[in-house]
Ligand binder design. Sequence first.
Ligand SMILES: Cc1cc2nc3c(=O)[nH]c(=O)nc-3n(C[C@H](O)[C@H](O)[C@H](O)COP(=O)(O)OP(=O)(O)OC[C@H]3O[C@@H](n4cnc5c(N)ncnc54)[C@H](O)[C@@H]3O)c2cc1C
Length: 395
Amino acid sequence: MDLTYTPEQEAFRQEARAWLEDNVPAEPLESFDTKAGFRAHRAWERRLNAGGWAMVPWPVAYGGRGADLLEWLIFEEEYYRAGAPGRVNQNGIFLLGPTIMEYGTPEQKARYLPKMASSEEVWAQGWSEPNAGSDMAAIQTTAVRDGDHYVVNGQKTWASRGAFADWLFGLFRTDPDSERHRGLTFVLVPLDAPGVTVRPIAQLDGETGFAEVFLDDARVPVANRLGEEGQGWKVAMATAGFERGLMLRSPARFQHTARRLVDLFAETRAAGVEIEPSLRDDVTRAWIDAEAYALTTYQTVSRLLAGGRIGAESSLNKIFWSELDVAMHETALRLLGSRAELLAEAPDAAASDAHPGVGRWLDGYLFALAGPIYAGTNEIQRNVIAERLLGLPRG
Ligand SMILES: Cc1cc2nc3c(=O)[nH]c(=O)nc-3n(C[C@H](O)[C@H](O)[C@H](O)COP(=O)(O)OP(=O)(O)OC[C@H]3O[C@@H](n4cnc5c(N)ncnc54)[C@H](O)[C@@H]3O)c2cc1C
């Protein structure tokens, strides 16, 4: 494997860096899980799109830059380096977009991808139901064919940013007599359609982006189906592969956190604070693991560029990045000692020489704790690894 960048890739990096330096907002935006923050992030996405940076590996005709996935990794590195805002349409651009690229008709690509790239349409993910979380094949929401429409009934839950999003993609039971993963179909549902009720779920931290979605005789055109009727499981597994195995959490995110952790260690030591020896090992391990994840991802991308596909090994990836994120944040909190408990808005949490942005570590830690749950819990990923990669008997 050749780990050097070509002159063209270096030029691409410089171009991305220059644009980001000129355009990234000086102050962090409010969380995109609040109404105002969502709006601000959508505006940022418009700006990215106008600059041609919304989704660099997509064809220009669909709102991309016509680059490849290696350049996307380079872009991600520059994006995190610049401290640019989180991607409010991540369910669209990183999960549904690549799935439409694989399974969509030409009409669907032209209809959905450009508006996704510009975030004129922001997407929510509708897998979970009250009785179908880890066991996604237990989905009960039905979509019954009536002429050229599906009539949808049931309830989805835990839709991230569903309270503000425009569309929801999900799996629905098109054959009400079917069982498990047979008879499911992948359908795109506009959240403003009659019969669709979106109800925010109040969170402990006061944010309101999470939503449950009720569907009562909502009529959705059959043209909104992605892939064949009854083949939704296969399509959804492609979406999950992009989520766990490549796009949702690019390595740059963790390399950036690892660099911040190294800086925090150096500043803590420079301030004369006594540091227990094991913390030094933990900081070193965090940095090594983030680099290892980056190299693994470059390997995955090289395989995809050579015509390969993402398979069950994406479960290994998901466990690795989610546990790494928790470990890095725990190490930071231990380094910060009692100051780790300060919220970002606390006066003493503001940047100081020794501890820049203390509260960001606590925020990051709280979100990192969700990593082993969302995108399929790590227990379920371990089952997948046992059964599909190691060939062990089903539990
Ligand atoms: C921050 C966040 C964002 C999310 N965003 C979305 C979203 O946008 N769209 C969406 O559809 N969902 C979303 N979810 C929901 C998420 O996908 C589910 O929470 C997850 O799949 C687990 O389902 P559950 O909560 O019903 O737990 P359960 O399935 O009830 O599981 C409870 C516990 O039992 C364990 N368990 C269950 N079955 C097994 C088994 N067979 N073997 C071993 N252990 C098992 C699980 O690992 C877990 O620890 C989000 C969740 C979080 C935390």
